[in-house]
Design a protein around this ligand. Structure first.
Ligand SMILES: *[C@@H]1O[C@H](CO)[C@@H](O)[C@H](O)[C@H]1NC(C)=O
Ligand SMILES: *[C@@H]1O[C@H](CO)[C@@H](O)[C@H](O)[C@H]1NC(C)=O
Ligand SMILES: *[C@@H]1O[C@H](CO)[C@@H](O)[C@H](O)[C@H]1NC(C)=O
Ligand SMILES: *[C@@H]1O[C@H](CO)[C@@H](O)[C@H](O)[C@H]1NC(C)=O
Ligand SMILES: *[C@@H]1O[C@H](CO)[C@@H](O)[C@H](O)[C@H]1NC(C)=O
Ligand SMILES: *[C@@H]1O[C@H](CO)[C@@H](O)[C@H](O)[C@H]1NC(C)=O
Ligand SMILES: *[C@@H]1O[C@H](CO)[C@@H](O)[C@H](O)[C@H]1NC(C)=O
Ligand SMILES: *[C@@H]1O[C@H](CO)[C@@H](O)[C@H](O)[C@H]1NC(C)=O
Ligand SMILES: *[C@@H]1O[C@H](CO)[C@@H](O)[C@H](O)[C@H]1NC(C)=O
Length: 665
């Protein structure tokens, strides 16, 4: 029996070993991985070379995917519309186990539906739209920082400079709208808001952009947050420059697309004069030897291939994405899994169709591959590559740059861990988090117009009417306010004070006086106040008395004049009498008070007369004592005369509630 069991055990061990050998032997010699991006774009040019270099590095590395080559199949999505989607579908026909890309959030939304059905994980290094969420698209993994964090960084900057309203200028597609929605939420947490959304339709010409900017400029806010595509975004600044929106008083906060453009413009032919004073965010990647080595390698290869554009942070994310895929495939194959594809009966071609839907195959091991990808844990060029439970990269952080001269200065960092700081996030991660508001710090900024004072962030909107200021024109006291003919000619002490106060404001307030009354008789001041409440006036200036019911419907300044005016009223001789002292109480009140004292006297007499000498004697004397006691209750306390009653009647309060009298002792 024992021997049999031992033999069975040996057999099963042998079988396991054989399976392992078979699995190892069955490792495919190459694995196809797809890549989807727009070759001819700021991000695509950097990413293309980075991905190719990464595949070379993976294939040269003996510790990852030993014996298996990574085969890259790239497809150009060119434009992000319908054709881009079709090109993405063509890639799916080629039995790839994962897809790196797409670059555009719009294609990301469409392709995510497809990969959900085909069980092919999609790793996007550039689709930052926060609405591409893991809950809706389980096979979508973002290998760069979601704009959710970028918008929180923008909100932290807005809060740091204490601005309350921003204008969002964004491209009206999935990427732009998703980002701006996140911005609205992030600002709301800091008690600020987007006061105007200036949406630029994709592929608009300069006239449209000019129109959108012109309308944005009419608004109150002077804090512009620009979230557009790298390939078309620079035009906004040259148009804004023409509209004189790059002058002092304006604040421009630009998301990471501009950093990508600036980093990629190798011949520094950019017109930096158009973008002076901007604040730009850029994904933070810690300095490391690997990063420096990669940058120089990229530059050498780029020069060899005469690539005209430079590397940007998206290139680092693309490089790390290839390594993420390589590690996951390695783990997948180490687990003895096979790379098999099967047809989906639902994806058949109806008669006469030439779409060839049946060539789209389902990756059988997709679920396991997805799990391996989510377990990724290594240090890449962009820092630690790990996904948290929300499938976001851990440690999201941004550099904050200020453009000045012909370059940019680093003015600080933002990290999800401790907000704004001037210390690099990787150092802060070694300390406990400090998000307290006095730990938030940035270096000094040179704002547009070469100004070093922080802009106020808003102006009086010049889109509507000037302030309508009502002025009462009356017959008396013309020193305070008086109007000649027409509203341009109002004068007086109140008007002078108003004009001086307006001049003190650091921004212009256009206002217009509206005269009320004709100067022959005094207008009704209550009516003027009511006009403010009814919004037919914005303000009123004049000798308004601050009385209670007016303060309920309008705000008043502090009184700034002691007029010395008094109200003279005839004194009415009140008929005075000896009984005036009875006035405070009504007759009923006096009766009740008197009855209560007598009642107390009687009660005290009942309790006292058995033992107390002072309550004895003839009935007449006793009645007098009762009355005397009652009377004296009002004025004296009775320490000496009460014997049996230990509780002293200290005070009595009679009060009227619902026409009933209650007695409290
Ligand atoms: C990309 O699209 C543009 C127009 O949208 C076209 O001119 C160009 O030839 C396309 N490039 C490729 C490689 O398909
Ligand atoms: C440059 O490209 C040529 C072929 O195009 C190749 O032979 C050469 O090795 C490359 N040099 C470097 C440094 O990559
Ligand atoms: C994968 O395909 C191989 C043959 O190509 C087959 O032996 C194996 O059972 C398949 N595995 C799965 C999980 O379908
Ligand atoms: C397609 O055509 C075949 C015969 O040619 C027919 O049997 C089948 O029902 C058709 N399918 C559909 C979906 O029309
Ligand atoms: C990631 O790997 C490091 C060592 O390389 C290890 O210390 C850490 O615990 C790992 N993290 C997770 C979440 O597995
Ligand atoms: C960001 O910070 C919040 C709150 O501190 C935390 O809940 C969240 O997990 C962090 N996210 C990442 C990706 O680190
Ligand atoms: C956070 O930083 C501020 C300013 O540097 C410091 O006063 C405070 O003690 C810090 N708090 C913690 C918890 O480290
Ligand atoms: C304002 O009034 C003065 C004198 O009352 C007069 O000389 C002047 O022309 C008036 N100005 C306007 C603009 O009506
Ligand atoms: C304030 O009260 C007075 C007297 O009660 C009344 O005549 C007047 O209309 C009130 N004014 C407003 C603005 O309600």
């Amino acid at each position: 029996m024992e021997a049999l069991r031992l033999m069975l055990l040996l057999l099963s061990l042998l079988a396991a070993a054989a399976r392992a050998v078979a699995a190892a032997g069955a490792r495919p010699s190459e694995v196809a991985v797809g890549a989807l991006f727009t070759y001819d774009s700021t991000i695509g040019r950097a990413a293309r070379l980075a991905i190719e270099l990464a595949v070379d590095d993976v294939n040269a590395d003996r510790t990852v995917l030993a014996g298996t080559q990574l085969k890259l199949i790239t497809q150009d999505t060119n434009c992000s519309g319908f054709l881009g989607t079709i090109e993405a579908l063509q890639l799916m026909e080629k039995n790839v186990v994962t897809v790196i890309g797409p670059q555009s959030s719009g294609i990301g939304h469409v392709i995510s539906h497809v990969v959900n059905e085909l069980h092919v994980p999609l790793l996007s290094f550039a689709a930052t739209d926060p609405t591409l969420s893991a809950s809706e698209y389980p096979y979508f993994i973002r290998t760069t920082i979601s704009d959710y964090f970028q918008m929180n960084a923008v909100a932290s900057i807005v809060d740091y400079y204490q601005w309350k309203e921003v204008t969002a200028i964004f491209v009206d597609d999935d990427y732009g709208r998703g980002g701006v929605t996140a911005l609205g939420d992030a600002l709301a947490e800091k008690r600020a808001r987007i006061s105007y959304k200036a949406a630029i339709p994709p592929n608009s010409n300069s006239d449209v952009i000019s129109d959108v900017l012109f309308r944005a400029n009419m608004m109150e806010s002077r804090v512009m947050v620009v979230h557009v595509n790298p390939d078309t975004g620079m035009r906004i600044f040259s148009i804004a420059n023409k509209l004189q929106m790059m002058a002092s008083g304006y604040v421009w906060i630009v998301t990471d697309w501009l950093a990508a453009v600036l980093d990629s413009s190798v011949p520094r032919d950019l017109k930096y004069s158009h973008i002076q004073g901007l604040i730009v965010l850029r994904q933070h990647t810690p300095e490391s030897d690997a990063k420096n080595k990669f940058i120089s390698k990229w530059n050498v290869v780029a020069r060899n291939r005469s690539v005209t554009s430079g590397l940007n942070s998206y290139g680092f994310y693309a490089y790390d994405t290839v390594w993420t895929v390589a590690h996951a495939i390695d783990q997948f194959l180490n687990g003895g899994q096979q790379i098999n594809f099967s047809t989906d009966p639902r994806l058949h071609d109806s008669n006469g169709s030439t779409l060839r839907l049946s060539t789209l195959k389902i990756f059988d091991g997709g679920e396991q591959m997805l799990q391996q990808l989510l377990l990724t844990n290594f240090t890449g060029l962009t820092g630690p590559v790990q996904f948290n439970s929300d499938r976001n990269l851990v440690h999201p952080a941004y550099d904050i740059l200020n453009i000045g001269g012909s370059g940019s200065q680093l003015i600080g960092y933002w990290s999800n861990y401790s907000g704004l700081s001037v210390t690099a996030p990787e150092i802060l991660y070694q300390k406990p988090p400090n998000t307290s508001s006095n730990a938030q710090r940035l270096h000094n900024v040179v704002w547009p117009g070469d100004s070093t004072t922080t802009p106020k962030g808003w102006v009086f909107p010049n889109n509507g009417q000037p302030l309508r200021v009502g002025v009462p024109i009356k017959a008396s006291f013309k020193e305070l306010v008086s109007g000649g003919r027409g509203p341009d000619n109002v004068t007086g002490y109140c008007i002078d004070i108003f004009n001086a106060a307006i001049k003190l404001l650091p921004y212009p307030v256009p206002c217009q006086f509206i005269t009320i009354g004709d100067g022959t008789k005094n207008p009704n001041y209550d009516d003027i106040i009511k006009m403010i409440a009814a919004n037919s006036l914005d303000a009123a200036v004049g000798d308004f008395a601050i009385v209670r019911n007016r303060t309920k419907i309008a705000e008043f300044t502090q009184p700034y004049i002691e007029s010395g005016l008094v109200i003279v009223a005839p004194v009415k001789q009140a008929t005075s009498s000896a009984w005036a002292f009875l006035k405070p109480f009504t007759l009923e009140m006096w009766c009740v008070t008197g009855a209560l004292f007598i009642f107390v006297g009687i009660v005290v007499w009942i309790l006292e007369h058995r033992t107390n000498e002072e309550f004895r004697g003839s009935p007449r004397r006793q009645v007098i004592t009762i009355f005397w006691f009652s009377f004296s209750t009002m004025f004296f306390s009775h320490k000496h005369c009460k014997r049996t009653w230990a509780v002293r009647v200290d005070h009595m309060v009679v009060c009227r509630a619902d026409h009933q009298f209650k007695l409290y002792c």
